[in-house]
Write a protein that binds this ligand. Structure first.
Ligand SMILES: NCc1[nH]cc(CCC(=O)O)c1CC(=O)O
Length: 311
């Protein structure tokens, strides 16, 4: 297949998702100035349903409609936050990842209108988050804080915070940067304080698997280190087989010498039990490293912890 002249890019229609698409368009314009792009925004189940995500049928609340548009031929390229793409099962049949863009900041940030840090927040401070990963880690280290359910895209959450529906928020640094709101960050939390989710800060480009011309064209946007990190992290989740209520965190890192390592944790919902594993790839490929770290956690009882959490 020859290289396309027009690429129709499908994505969620939140401000963050549309900013992600603009990054892809800008990078494409540099690499392939002759190619035109068009944006196809879609609303996903996760955007429409603001209740408990575990009540939504199946996984992929933020990706299902985007994948469907790609498979139906209504668009040619999907832009996803890797964090939102289910890893416990393969990508939708007929689609492939063509590139992982260079990774952004993987850390979470505290947003507190008064500018306090996490350790300075008084007892009873209401933290707006529905993330079981954030709730478990906060419960373990800051049990005097209270988490209140909070959904909606990042802009919407900031509005709800301003309206007093919570006293503070936890949001991804990368997401706030993408919507141009890093000004609201009162503290960037270290990965020790708040271990990030699998896939944090990574954008993936997804194509139909037969579109080899397009796959070749957009693969030039990929970052090799990010590819290794994403592969290790997603294989880790695939082997672990979590569910949407299981607090799981972790991240892979390629260090300056090019060595890949993966660190990961499984928590009980109350954060009181935390299993840890950290391994270097050495001679293992990224996917096998992911498998090995998952098996290390399973050996410590991760299956029992995950299955013990209602879902
Ligand atoms: N679930 C929404 C979502 N999906 C990806 C990000 C952050 C950006 C990223 O990690 O790529 C966010 C917002 C958040 O968690 O604050």
């Amino acid at each position: 297949m020859s290289a396309p002249e027009l690429i129709r890019i499908v994505s969620r229609d939140s401000p963050m998702a549309l900013a992600q698409v603009e990054r892809v368009r800008a990078e494409l314009a540099v690499l392939h100035p002759g190619v035109r792009t068009e944006v196809v925004p879609v609303k996903t189940t996760g955007d429409k349903w603001l209740g408990d995500l575990s009540q939504v049928e199946g996984k992929g609340a933020f990706t299902k409609e985007v994948d469907a548009a790609l498979l139906a031929g209504e668009a040619d390229l999907a832009v996803h936050c890797v964090k939102d793409v289910p890893a416990d099962r393969p990508l939708p049949a007929g689609t492939v990842f063509a590139a992982f863009l260079k990774r952004d900041d993987i850390r979470d940030a505290l947003v507190h209108p008064g500018g306090l840090t996490l350790d300075e927040l008084p007892a009873g401070t209401r933290i707006g988050t529905s993330s079981v990963r954030r709730i478990a880690q906060l419960a373990a280290t800051h049990p005097h804080l209270e988490c209140v359910p909070f959904r909606g895209n990042a802009n919407r959450r900031l509005e709800k915070l301003a309206a007093g529906e919570a006293d503070a928020l936890l949001l991804a640094v990368s997401g706030l940067e993408r919507i141009g709101r890093s000004d609201v960050i009162s503290e960037v939390l270290s990965t020790e304080t708040m271990m990030p989710p699998i896939g944090a800060g990574i954008l993936a480009l997804q194509c139909r698997e037969g579109d080899t011309g397009l796959i070749d064209l957009v693969s030039g946007l990929g970052d090799p280190d990010t590819h290794r990190e994403a592969t290790a992290e997603r294989m880790f989740l695939h082997v672990l087989q979590g569910h949407c209520n299981s607090p799981i965190a972790g991240y892979a890192r390629v260090d300056r010498g090019g060595e890949l390592s993966l660190r990961a944790c499984v928590f009980t919902a109350d954060g009181k039990t935390r299993l840890n594993a950290h391994e270097w790839a050495g001679r293992l490929d990224p996917a096998t490293l992911g498998t090995s770290v998952a098996v290390a956690l399973l050996r410590q009882g991760a299956r029992e912890i995950i299955d013990g959490i209602p879902h």
